[in-house]
Design a binder for this molecule. Sequence first.
Ligand SMILES: [Fe+2]
Ligand SMILES: [Fe+2]
Length: 305
Amino acid sequence: MSGFLTLQHDVHTLEGLCLLQAGTDLSPETLEVLAEKGGKEQWSEVGLLEYGSILADLEKQMGQGTYRRLFGTVDECREIFTLMEPVRLPLPALEILDHFRRQDFYTYRHILMVFALSCVLAGRLPGEAGQFLPEAAAGPLHDLGKICVPLPVLKKSSPLQRSERSLLEQHAAAGFVLLTYYLGDAAAFSACVARDHHERRDGTGYPGGIRLSDPHVEIVAACDVYDALITPRPYRKGTYDNRSALEEITSLAEGGKVSWQIVRHLVSLSRSGGSAPEECVVSLEKRGTPPQENNYGVIAEDIED
Ligand SMILES: [Fe+2]
Ligand SMILES: [Fe+2]
């Protein structure tokens, strides 16, 4: 055991350039070479809200369904856009977002909305976690590594086979590799978020099984779970209503997997009148109705050929 993450599958760019092959250990030396090979200066940087239809898409999504309740009035949404205004990203990262917009709208919307939710939450959190805003300039990139997951696997509605699950789970390490390459820095916040957003406080996540403790990454990790619950996903019929989604994420806090503080802020965001998070009593009683058919995490045995 090297102690480093080992890639289970090749990592390639949108254009199909293989950056690292399956079996590569993500050692500091490997990452340094990769960062040198890439690097920011190779690509033009473009303002997030100026690129394609991102601003219009954000406006539309933030005004719909549960999101409308979370993001508030048009004026409140404008404040969020002001926070996002300085975000500039290397063109290839934006091109990947655009690819998802055309090929897999679930993933596109999810990436954008996790970013928007993280910005709002970070703006409300006290102390270290609330100092997130400069970090938020990392932009909507947490699932960028899904570009390395074949579309039929990403969009599959029936249970994934073990080999498909492995491809899907590699999106975390793949995003880390891609962003190290595009940003020329393995320590860049967005690269670390891509790698660690499926880790959990109790060490039961992936890819490293580390105990998540970075308050900034924890914001994205919690918003990631919450957003996946309240929006339609290919692997289940129907969405979680907001109550069931909050109950689900509360159970994760109860189980020591995500931060209570962040869950309290998510609950307070949903309450009309915006009760103060510190005073926000989170009920542990389960009264919501989660969707019946849900293949998330269900594994089908691989078919031998
Ligand atoms: Fe993810
Ligand atoms: Fe995600």
